[in-house]
Ligand binder design. Sequence first.
Ligand code: 5GP
Length: 178
Amino acid sequence: MTTPEGPKPVRILFSEDAIRRRVEELARQISSDYAGKGEVLLVGVLKGAFIFLADLCRKMTVPRRVDFIAVSSYGDKTVSSGNVRLVLDLRGDIAGRHVLVVEDIVDTGSTFSYLLELLRLRGPASVKTCAFLRKEKGGPPVDYVGFEIADEWVVGYGLDYADAYRALPHIAVLQVNG
Ligand code: 5GP
């Protein structure tokens, strides 16, 4: 992995082991909530959710499929522009299906709000949300959350800074000043 110039990860917030245990719990809870409802379509929000989604879907026990969508709002910055743009759409139709949107982290909630509005127009049977991390400062309600965190920029387990650090096995805090 190349290490970019600029801020570096300085403190581990969640170890690989803690992440594995929490993802297993989430997968159990989600599988129990969807049991008997038919297939769930997991919609991963690229790029950040790719590792979380891969782990989550392998631990779930109900029938499931996977699709991806990509949006952009941060560019190479650590502050949301608030302007969410669709970069890549789903491959499949979601009409009549149970959709679970899977994000890496919820900050202001603009990404989820945008996606929920977009997906609901397509007539799914249901749409729920799942985020590996959620910043405690507020934002919209999320159906399934891995961990609540303070308002710091975190990297690893799929989450990046300027596209770096996604492959770290743990979640670490980035030192933005210094
Ligand atoms: P929101 O739309 O909720 O403000 O932001 C959600 C998106 O912002 C996430 O999917 C992620 O791409 C990015 N984001 C927000 N906070 C962080 C963070 O602390 N670290 C990283 N790597 N991405 C973040």
